[in-house]
Design a binder for this molecule. Sequence first.
Ligand code: EPU
Length: 419
Amino acid sequence: MYSLIIKGGTPLHGAVEISGAKNAALPILAATLLTREKCVIRRVPNLSDVAFMVKILNSLGARTRQRGDTITVEAERVKGLGDYELVRKMRGSVCILGPLLARLREARVSLPGGCVIGSRPIDLHLKGMRALGATIRIEGGYVHARTRRLVGAEMFLGGRAGPTVLGTANVMMAAALAEGVTIIESAACEPEVVDLANFLNAMGAHVQGAGSPTITVTGVKELHGADHEVIPDRIEAATFAIAAVATRGHVTLRGARPDHLSAVLDKLQEAGARIDRSGDGLSVRRGRQLLPLDVTTQPYAGFPTDVQAQMMVLMTQAPGISIITERIFESRFMHVSELARLGAEILIEGPSAVVKGRVRLSGAPVMASDLRASAALVVAGLVARGETRVKRIYHLDRGYERLDEKLRKLGAKVQRARD
Ligand code: EPU
């Protein structure tokens, strides 16, 4: 196992290339199962989660080829039963359910368990599949979905915490090959859903309204191959932006989409950051004195839950008290106890974290618990005096492409070391 050893205190300076979005690439790769023809997916980030999805596609009979950041998938023949142990290991792979059901009229995927950020049910995915005419059985830890034909339907996919991103993706993919019209109300509006809709449309689907709470899918008989470039990763961009401000640096995010980052940029500006939008990038730096924030995570276009942990680190540096409220996942504060090892003073009060500001962080060994918590620990390590060892960085490799290398290019003192 590897750790990241960070010697903190160096401001990040320079330009960083933003990779393709993990959370757009995963459902798009799953969507290639909807056609027998060849699909070319570009700007795919080189991440372990992506490698995992490719493994799943291969186990289902698809042929894949990877050259640089382009993945070609040809799912000429798909068998229903892949290596379902694989699916169990990565929650994102639940989005093969929709494409398999649409293509084979039958799918069996292992029920994804909870994870450290919450219970993560898939009842809304299943509600959507049932509305399209699937019969669902849960047995032996698997979801068996079966249907004679999928028929378009009207459905409401809002849950306790709002819409579901992968649930919307799953239903959109199944509905693309259903008979008739499907209307998804309370659909997720995330840019990753829009990217998937664009890919499906490039394959010959009729998806309208993606990016709004009402998505209409008019089913077609068949989809064909397509060539698609994945959107840049807004969460990676946000993480670098926060790291720039936290270390008093100045970083240009090349290729980032400011229109996907409104809530994060708005909060950074409120906290005192200077943001310049120019050319193909977005440059972010610490402006005047930092200010404390009141941040609540929300579905898009609100502040993303995937940036909550990183923003919390920045708030340890602002004077005064900041409040960060998590409304999407019930236990996404695992980073708090690890940040305490670095000297952070954060109190959890129900769904809110009360963050005491202007704290001097000092390096310590810390343990990463999930992807975004790990990213937050890295940002904290960059700010802290002395050496921080972030253990279990396989979490980071799931979602950040060459993070250590990119940080080194910006001047950070970061090394990967075997434990
Ligand atoms: N929910 C239900 N029922 C469902 C599905 C979701 O109640 O059937 C609830 C969840 O428990 C949660 C809320 O709805 O409270 C939102 O969950 P959502 O389904 O939107 O999450 P997801 O689609 O499983 C994706 C990302 C997550 C990101 C969330 C929220 C991928 C692969 N994952 O998960 O990304 O946090 O949307 O934006 O796209 C990450 O990248 O680190 C990550 C966790």
